[in-house]
Design a protein. Structure first.
Length: 356
């Protein structure tokens, strides 16, 4: 029996129960994010523009021979029209994970499954959401890509990263400790901002290479907006958990304030940032235990043993090059800048053994 011939003859005549023919990706784009190729396909051409919202958020780097990833957007009307998605769609997102599978639910506007082993994601979107590529990028595509990279061996630190004279400064801090405010002040004082949120460590590079996401953006608490009056017109409200923050893209202020490309620093200073009760800013070497605790609490984004080990192995490479400090920032802004600018002359903790 000629099975191939029969299939070709009948494939378009039989019932398309699962919608495979209807939803097959007729439109496709291949883009580079970090050093990997991302193949994005859809049955709706316009939804592919979500990629254009995400691309500027990732550091630019030369391509590698590493694995590529695939994302498919299926635009499909449901039995009920959910109406237009809300601007705060992020508040409706639900995440579920099991082993190497992840799912993202966007309430009535869509859902997505992610296979980290194959590096493939399929998202089903309502036609209403498909008309909002900005929300697709913010609530879905960026999360997919982040998990692809972490699941494929990239190390990740929840940290601010700034660059000056070939030296990278990393700031790790608990929530609402002043990290973003400090990063913005340093950027306005001559340090180039890589990212105020996530720093990735490429497994493909023999040298230490730092990649940022989202590049050049800072989010401030509402009570800190008044400290930057000349930037207020450029700030946009962004829901973050149960609070509203105010984001500013420094490229809109001055492109020279931002480092868009991956960073291969000559030296690395890592500061565990806290608030000081007084005006003065204090600096002291950080202990090994303090560094391990800060890295663990700020960086293990994907909670399986194998990915933790891989993530920590990448971060250990960074720590072997870094000098580590406690940085307690005071209320005197000039004092903060002065202490940070003195880091090249300071002695910090040097990593000598493997993290646990």
């Amino acid at each position: 029996m000629d099975f191939d011939g029969l299939f070709l003859h009948y494939q378009d005549k039989l019932e398309d129960f699962w919608g495979r023919r209807q939803n097959r990706p007729q439109f496709e784009r291949t883009v580079q994010v970090f050093d990997r190729r991302i193949r994005v396909g859809s049955n709706d051409e316009d939804v592919l523009s979500a990629v254009d919202n995400s691309l500027p958020l990732y550091s630019v780097v030369l391509p590698s021979d590493g694995a590529s990833f695939a994302v498919q957007f299926v635009v499909q009307a449901g039995p009920l029209d959910p109406g237009p998605p809300p601007e705060n769609l992020f508040d409706y997102v639900q995440y579920t994970g099991d082993a190497s599978w992840l799912t993202i639910r966007l309430d009535a506007w869509g859902h997505c499954y992610i296979d980290l082993i194959d590096g493939r994601a399929v998202a089903v979107l309502s036609p209403r959401l498909a008309q909002r590529p900005d929300l697709i990028s913010l609530c879905l595509l960026n999360t997919i890509l982040t998990n692809f990279f972490i699941g494929d061996g990239y190390g990740m630190l929840h940290a601010s990263c700034l660059l000056r004279n070939g030296r990278a400064l990393l700031l790790l801090a608990p929530h609402n400790s002043g990290k973003s405010t400090t990063a913005l002040r340093l950027a306005l004082a001559g340090h180039q901002l890589v990212s105020d949120s996530m720093i990735f460590l490429s497994p493909a590079s023999e040298t230490m290479q730092l990649l940022g996401f989202p590049v050049g953006k800072v989010k401030l608490r509402g009570d800190m907006v008044v400290a930057f009056p000349r930037l207020q017109a450029l700030m946009e409200e962004e829901p973050v958990g149960d609070e509203t923050k105010y984001g500013v893209d420094l490229r809109r202020v001055d492109p020279g304030l931002v480092c868009d490309s991956a960073v291969t620093p000559d030296a690395i200073d890592l500061c565990l940032l806290t608030r000081s009760k007084g005006a003065a800013t204090r600096l002291m070497p950080a202990t090994r235990d303090a560094v391990v605790d800060a890295v663990t609490m700020n960086s293990l984004f994907f909670d399986t043993d194998s990915v933790w080990r891989c993530n920590l192995a990448s971060i250990e490479r960074l720590l072997k090059q870094a000098r580590c400090y406690h940085l307690a920032i005071g209320s005197d802004v000039d004092g903060i800048l002065g202490v940070v600018d003195s880091l090249p002359q300071r002695d910090g903790f040097r990593w000598t053994s493997q993290p646990t």
